[in-house]
Design a protein around this ligand. Sequence first.
Ligand code: AMP
Length: 191
Amino acid sequence: MIIILFGPPGAGKGTQADNLVKKFGLVQLSTGDMLRAAIEKGTKLGIEAKAVMDNGELVSDHIIIGMIKERLKEKSEGNGFIFDGFPRNIEQAKALDILLENLNRKIDSVIEISVNDEILIDRIKNRAKEMKDARSDDNADVLQKRLKVYHKNTEKIIPHYKKKGKLVTVDGMKSIDEVRHEIEENLKLNI
Ligand code: AMP
């Protein structure tokens, strides 16, 4: 099973990804987590990425696609993958299509968690307060910048997956449990 989970910052992707990992035994591939691990290790890639992340922008496709390519070569995949935070633009979506085609694999479902901007901005401000100092890209200004980047780049992947008949949109303004239920029901129908 290969699932892509996407949505704007603050939509609850991480929470829903955790549930899918437990429920379906999937391996979560989060490019954000991979980048944070590289920062933690102090690698050259990590140092370069940190400046971009702290600014709320997208790390270069070359780096991101390279990381995913390496990870897909590894054997551990449980019952499949859940991509969280990837792809984030059309170039990445096309690169993923090619990577999966070469592995003879295909995407089963692309889940968009949809939340309108006003609610997100409230969530973003609360999260920035709660996360104070926890993540340097989690202050309100950077999160708002990330929301803009989401509209400018990431949303463009919607038509790509709609055309393939893979897109499922769930209402991310409902409670965490309702969103979880909606995602699970859709996955049962789609897979
Ligand atoms: P996330 O943890 O998914 O919210 O990602 C945190 C930050 O890492 C983003 O704001 C980007 O700067 C960077 N990042 C994560 N995934 C990607 C990606 N697929 N493409 C480009 N940049 C990414």
